[in-house]
Design a protein around this ligand. Structure first.
Ligand code: AR6
Length: 191
């Protein structure tokens, strides 16, 4: 589990947002209706950052399952803004939802693409009866998205698209990004 109790907010009458500090590879709720979101790349065969940590913790079966996701064009299994699901294998969470955020400097419409990544991850969760979803800060590492702008997109998109998901968690690695997320949630989700 993530390492602290974090900050809690109401997204709607039926959905809750929790912002936690910790390692997303260790997060789970019940091991059956829970999923962590992997900030992957379009090939979906692993990488650095959270993606690398998730593949290491899940074991090699995760890469095999990703490899079996059909390519939509050469080298692309999950286009930017879309989401695909696999089992979690050795992870404590039952599923992994792989999504791809935009590279901040390279995309012309980064906010829409980042919003799509959150929205499609929640849609895939709903379609697979997932009740609990944990997100990292998609695009905020290797892909260079500024934390404050990313938090606005992340929290406002989740507020709009959380229906049928009981709990959405953010599991954030470091104090600086955690603090930005909590401040933004206080601004966008007044209780
Ligand atoms: N738990 C929670 N958060 C983490 C963890 C962890 N174990 N490890 C890193 N983070 P990044 P991106 C944070 O770079 O920017 C990969 O190579 C990290 O501090 O993982 O979407 C992929 O294959 C940062 O705040 O994802 C892609 O090529 C956040 O997770 C590319 O990086 C996201 O950082 C994706 O880049």
């Amino acid at each position: 589990m993530a390492s602290n109790c974090g900050a809690h907010f109401n997204l709607s009458s039926t959905s809750v947002l929790k912002i936690l500090k910790g390692d997303i590879t260790r997060w789970f709720i019940d091991g059956s209706s829970d999923a962590i979101v992997n900030p992957a790349n379009e090939r979906m065969l692993g990488g650095g950052g959270a993606d690398g940590a998730i593949h290491r913790a899940a074991g090699p079966e995760l890469r095999t399952a990703c490899f079996e996701v059909p390519e939509v064009r050469p080298g692309v299994r999950c286009p930017v803004g879309e989401a695909k699901i696999t089992r979690g294998f050795k992870l404590p969470a039952s599923h992994v939802i792989h999504t791809v955020g935009p590279v901040y400097d390279k995309s012309s419409n980064v906010a829409a693409l980042l919003s799509n990544a959150y929205r499609n991850s929640l849609r895939v969760a709903r379609e697979n009866n997932i009740q609990y979803v944990a997100f990292p800060a998609i695009s905020c590492g290797v892909f260079g998205y500024p934390f404050d702008e990313a938090a606005t997109v992340a929290i406002s998109t989740i507020k709009e698209h959380c229906n049928d998901i009981k709990e959405v968690h953010f599991v954030l690695f470091a104090d600086d990004i955690y603090n930005v997320w909590v401040e933004k949630a206080e601004e966008l989700l007044p209780n």
